[in-house]
Design a binder for this molecule. Structure first.
Ligand SMILES: C[S@@+](CC[C@H](N)C(=O)[O-])C[C@H]1O[C@@H](n2cnc3c(N)ncnc32)[C@H](O)[C@@H]1O
Length: 216
């Protein structure tokens, strides 16, 4: 079992992230529309691995994963940003889903230890201010041996492209709220999760599907 972390949440960085996504929330689906055709099969692939009964989606955003949620799972969705969550509420209603949607911070989840069978996030740990803190929280709230599934983009392993991503990252964060140079596979390990598989999905390994497990 993962012990609670003593590292404090950076409240200033977290408020900035929230403000960026709040600003983007009204246009988020439109803005992501072009990329969604590419993401759709990846979302399907990830959610085909989802097993309940108790599943947490962290960084649920506007609810883009809702069509792929397992029908028989008890779903909880958490997000930092009220504007994103509002759209998720609307989407759930349109699809006719029963879901527990809550405002919350991945870095300090107000959830008991081992209260979920699985935790899932898509395109979230690029924007959580302290990704290791957030990943440790996922490890804590899933039951011992429970899985954490992630679909994420990250820094390229190609040294030139990686350096370019480092260079433009500050601008991308300001505009889009997301870091493009996170070392997410490494972060998952540092958070104390056991990595079971990492699948390169596209763009030279920038997009990956990570299956990890909380220690028993
Ligand atoms: C790029 S969007 C992805 C949304 C959705 N998962 C998707 O696949 O479309 C990132 C989301 O993560 C949320 N987020 C960022 N930091 C967070 C945190 N610390 N705790 C919870 N959610 C967070 C943002 O509010 C935003 O909704």
């Amino acid at each position: 079992m993962i012990a609670p972390t003593t590292r404090p949440v950076d409240e200033h960085a977290t408020a900035l992230t929230r403000a960026r996504y709040q600003r983007l929330s009204a246009i988020y689906d439109l803005m992501e529309g072009m990329s969604e055709a590419r993401y759709r099969p990846w979302r399907e692939k990830l959610w085909a691995l989802a097993k309940g009964p108790r599943v947490l989606e962290v960084g649920v955003g506007t609810g883009k994963n809702m069509p792929y949620w397992p029908k028989d799972a008890q779903m909880t969705g958490i997000d930092l940003t009220p504007g994103m969550l509002e759209i998720a509420h609307r989407r759930a209603k349109e699809i006719g889903l029963t879901v527990d949607l809550r405002l919350g911070d991945a870095q300090a989840l107000e959830l008991p230890d081992a209260s979920f069978d699985m935790a899932i996030a898509t395109f979230v740990f690029c924007s959580v201010p302290d990704p290791v803190l957030g990943l440790r929280e996922l490890a804590r709230i899933v039951r011992p041996g429970g899985q954490v599934l992630l679909l994420e983009h990250m820094r390229s392993a190609n040294p030139l492209l990686g350096a370019l991503m480092d260079f433009v990252n500050p601008l991308v964060v300001r505009l889009m709220g997301a870091n493009i140079n996170r070392r997410t596979v490494e972060n998952v390990r540092v958070a104390g999760l056991h990595i079971e598989s990492v699948e390169d999905l596209g763009m030279g390994g920038i997009f990956k599907l990570i299956v990890a497990r909380s220690p028993r």
